[in-house]
Design a binder for this molecule. Structure first.
Ligand SMILES: [Mg+2]
Length: 87
């Protein structure tokens, strides 16, 4: 499954549950909060399982932001890879 397929599944689930994101500022705050939780997991040397949950939370929020902004993260990432390759 690629990134766009994951985002599609997430949005389908959120639609079904009636909790689609509306406010991008709120989503950005959640994203930053989740990044903070990743930092905490590292600092506190949490188990791999807990760390994985936190990085998945980051992708969850990032997907919401990309959905609101109509960004194809996979394409954007591939462009970034290509740009870095030429450096
Ligand atoms: Mg979290």
């Amino acid at each position: 499954m690629n990134l766009e397929e994951l985002k599609k599944k997430q949005i389908e689930q959120m639609t079904r549950k009636g909790n689609l994101p509306k406010d991008e500022k709120e989503v950005v705050l959640h994203l930053v909060e989740e990044v903070g939780e990743v930092c905490e997991a590292i600092r506190e040397r949490q188990k791999k399982d807990d760390f994985e949950k936190e990085v998945a939370d980051v992708l969850w929020q990032l997907n919401k932001l990309c959905w609101i902004r109509k960004v194809n993260l996979e394409d954007a990432f591939l462009r970034k890879l290509e740009k870095n390759e030429k450096r």
